[in-house]
Design a protein around this ligand. Sequence first.
Ligand code: APR
Ligand code: PHB
Length: 390
Amino acid sequence: MKTQVGIIGGGPSGLLLSQLLHLQGIETVVLERHSREYVLARIRAGVLEHGFAALMREAQAAERMDREGEIHDGFFIAHDGIKDRVDLKGLTGGNSVVIYGQTELTRDLYDGRDKLGGIVVHNAEDVKPHDLESSRPYLTYRKGDELVRVDCDYLIGCDGFHGVSRKSIPKDKITEFDRVYPFGWLGVLSRTKPVSPELIYATHERGFALCSLRSQVLSRYYIQVPLKDSVQEWPDDRFWEELKRRLPPDVAAAMITGASIEKSIAPLRSFVAEPMRFGNLFLAGDAAHIVPPTGARGLNSAASDIFYLYHALVDHYKKKDDRGLDGYSQKALARVWKGQRFSWWMTMLLHRFPDSSTFDRRLQETELAYLFSSQKALASLAENYVGLPF
Ligand code: APR
Ligand code: PHB
């Protein structure tokens, strides 16, 4: 096979980039190791910055998001038995976020690829990038016992944290920055009416909790748990009891509980790989960076990588202008690190750290007190949450 842009990974990053490029007449091939059903079975976060929502519209894949997604103008932080609201719209001159499950968004992107006749190869095994530093890099993959080669101009690693692309870069050409947090998030999906019309991030001496939603009939809840915990130790009753203990009394009293239809524990990690380019291989999304979910930046950090790559590749093919490609890593990392900072800050603000000192605890309490005493501090939180400019 031959194409212009070879993309490894059929998650949100890879699908969005291939859709955007296709609409500009640029050929792509997406190689996805799993089936479409497998990819769509993943439960992921659902808070989209307005910049991501705009990209989905430009990709002609936003019709259902605009119809079914919920616009949220604010969210709550619960502490000391009360809820304080962060007025995103008021603090950012009118910006907000869209609540729309990543599973649905990925489904819409797959439908978009189908409509345009985009090439997404599923169950592509043993995908390997080759000749990264040559002007004719290529991909190989196995389909059954057949070995297929795809000649490309450029390779884009959208294959997530555990993908092959970052690991194909020589160790002496890449630097990794890493922080692992000493707890995880136990998440539950339930077909119940959400307890609150807007998200509630709760900090409590027993640990962090989050009340989120996918729709008015599908709730998503999380509680911070020790890393050693397993899902088996958290039957539904125990989960609901613990969640309610971490929420203000009025919220706990209003909580509608129900059977969990999905339950999993995810570790929290901050990670960045620099640079995000090696030869003609570019990294984007989780392949290059991971954030703890506290600030809902995961998918949104991928959005700016895709935005920069999309424009850089269009400039290359339509104007023979390579400044976007040459400046990609530096430009992408500048915004990636701002997303890292915000996610780290929200995580430090709201979680209980097992080894924190009394001084740490006072600092945490003071950070929260300062936040709600200063419109400027709240505006800083709000501008990060709705999304810094691309
Ligand atoms: N070959 C082909 N495909 C691969 C390989 C490989 N070696 N390794 C991983 N993949 C596929 C995965 O199956 C997955 O579908 O790459 C895709 C990567 O998708 P994501 O992990 O979702 O990463 P990304 O598209 O960057 O989206 C980032 O998704 O995981 C969430 O929290 C993350 O919200 C963020 C968003
Ligand atoms: C979710 O709905 O899954 C969610 C929302 C906000 C977050 C993290 C996860 O910060």
